[in-house]
Design a binder for this molecule. Structure first.
Ligand SMILES: Nc1ncnc2c1ncn2[C@@H]1O[C@H](COP(=O)(O)OP(=O)(O)O)[C@@H](O)[C@H]1O
Ligand SMILES: [Mg+2]
Length: 310
């Protein structure tokens, strides 16, 4: 498989601020890549450099083999973009907007088909300023697709949307991938990345602090699997005295870290032998969100240094 996006030691400085501080990653053609990070991490800066809308300070960037800054015109024919906080002329309808984009690109998009595809056919003739947030984002998606793009850049396409609208956008992202397009998605919804992305990079203060598939990131940076009981701290004390395993108690729950299969059985036997009250047990694993919160926290308090992209 070829790489649709290649980023090599990318740096962007705004005056004294290194908004992007030397990042590396690649995105294989036909995959969904999620760029995750808190506000101000450098997501939009990176995205707009890839789109050819901002120039870089240092480093090398290729999108579809093109330099986005010096070969912007050629690139723009082949990519689709929804900027963060997508806005459009207030009085224009989604159908007119698509026709307008078609005239800009010299293409002949099919407004009805595109609006059908983003589940907005019923609003084809409504003025942009009367659309809900989700409908505006869907208009943006339809516009991003007018030139049949090979790579779609979606900068926080679901921020602020209700769960139904968010799922509608997810369905479109899945269909873009199914058609063999590459999707570069930024989001701060970890669950979204976990559901949609083949590869994820977590950026914070302009540096990539973790990269890989969601499963790899959880395996590398997550805590071990735990057996969780609803029980008081007395049970935790008892288990600590009986088991060579790490035991934590908080919020009416006790968690025992599992390192081997037999650890779960030993923990359950010990709980039963304690004679102390408990209810409900389950195994729990870190989610991408757990890992994200911990990594960002560790970086902020200086206990974690950034790493290169995997
Ligand atoms: N045009 C600009 N001029 C100066 N600083 C900027 C500019 N754009 C972004 N920044 C700063 O760069 C950092 C990264 O911003 P941005 O890329 O928008 O982050 P994100 O999209 O992850 O929220 C922030 O500290 C932001 O204030
Ligand atoms: Mg942004």
């Amino acid at each position: 498989m070829t790489d649709a996006i290649e980023v090599d030691h990318l740096v962007k400085r705004y005056g004294g601020l290194s908004a992007v501080a030397g990042i590396d990653f690649t995105v294989r053609a036909g995959t969904v890549f999620a760029f995750l990070g808190p506000n101000g991490a450098g997501k939009t800066t990176t995205t707009e450099i890839l789109e050819g809308l901002r120039n870089r300070t240092e480093g090398n960037v290729r999108v579809l083999g093109l330099d986005p800054w010096t070969e912007a015109a050629a690139l723009h024919r082949r990519i689709g973009v929804i900027p963060q906080d997508f806005r459009f002329f207030e009085k224009i309808t989604p159908r007119e907007a698509i026709e307008y984009y078609g005239s800009l690109f010299g293409t002949h998009p099919d407004p009805a088909g595109l609006l059908e595809r983003v589940q907005l056919a019923d609003k084809a003739s409504s003025r942009f300023d009367t659309l809900s947030g989700g409908q505006k984002q869907k208009t943006g998606l339809a516009l991003a697709l007018t030139n049949d793009p090979e790579v779609c850049f979606l900068d926080e396409p679901t921020t602020g949307l209700d769960p139904t609208a968010r799922r509608a956008i997810w369905a479109v992202i899945r269909s873009l991938k199914a058609e063999g397009r590459t999707v570069f998605l930024t989001t701060h919804y970890l669950e979204e990345a976990e559901l949609l992305a083949d590869q994820v990079a977590i950026i914070h203060h302009g540096r990539i602090i973790a990269a890989g598939t969601p499963t790899e990131i959880i395996a590398t940076h997550g805590r071990p699997e735990r057996l969780r009981f609803d029980a008081g701290p007395g049970l935790a004390d008892y288990l600590r005295s009986r088991l060579p395993l790490s035991v934590r108690a908080a919020d009416g729950r006790v968690e025992v870290e599992l390192h081997e299969k037999t650890d779960a059985l030993r923990a359950l036997s010990a709980v039963e032998a304690s004679g102390l009250p408990w209810q409900n047990f389950a195994t729990v694993q870190d989610t991408l969100e757990d890992v994200f919160v911990r990594l960002v926290g560790q970086m902020d308090d200086g206990t974690l240094k950034s790493e290169g992209a995997a």
